[in-house]
Design a protein around this ligand. Sequence first.
Ligand SMILES: [Zn+2]
Length: 224
Amino acid sequence: MTLKKTILGLTLAVIGFSGLSQAQAKSPYPYSLKNYDKPSKGCYPVSRVSLTEARDIIRLQKLKLVGAGPIETRTLGAALTWMHYLNGDEPLRSATWKRRDPYQIRIVSGNGSSGQRWDHILIRRNGHKQHGESVAQHVHELAHLIGNNGSYQLYRNHMKGYGYCLVSGYSDNRFNEQFAEVFTAFVTEPALLTKNSSTPKACKRAFDFFESWFDAGNRVQECL
Ligand SMILES: [Zn+2]
């Protein structure tokens, strides 16, 4: 067990032991998942995806990556490889843009917010943080595209009466960010949902949603 895991485990144990209500519960991660080692690496190692394989799967998903270096390209490649695996080796139908393909993901230097715009995703590197090299960052922004294509509403209906599943402080009070972060947790560090001591019932419910949302969602077990 790594030191980070131990610290996270202890944090979760303390929160679980104190029996906090949802209003008081703390998320396992204080900031968004892209900032942490495990979700940044994701379930499928970037080292296993060649640049050519990455370019192929990006094209298959009808995305166009603009301004990215080789590692950033392979990072998106690793994110998509795992998501397609969870989806029964098929592209994600709802991560496409209806207007015109391909949908652009633009990576730029400099600081500021990243986000999903109506016609593209913008990812800022933010200096040493190098967010373009975080699997969680790519998955998070794709989750907004997926949410806007109908899944926000499906998730909202499924979670009615359960409240939020807290995985990061970034998602504890905004619905769209909640969807994006929980989606990212399922794809990059699913134990955040199955072993969540902050809001265990809501996170189990969220886990069930994404397990059936993906065509082969039970493959998530290989990352648990
Ligand atoms: Zn977001």
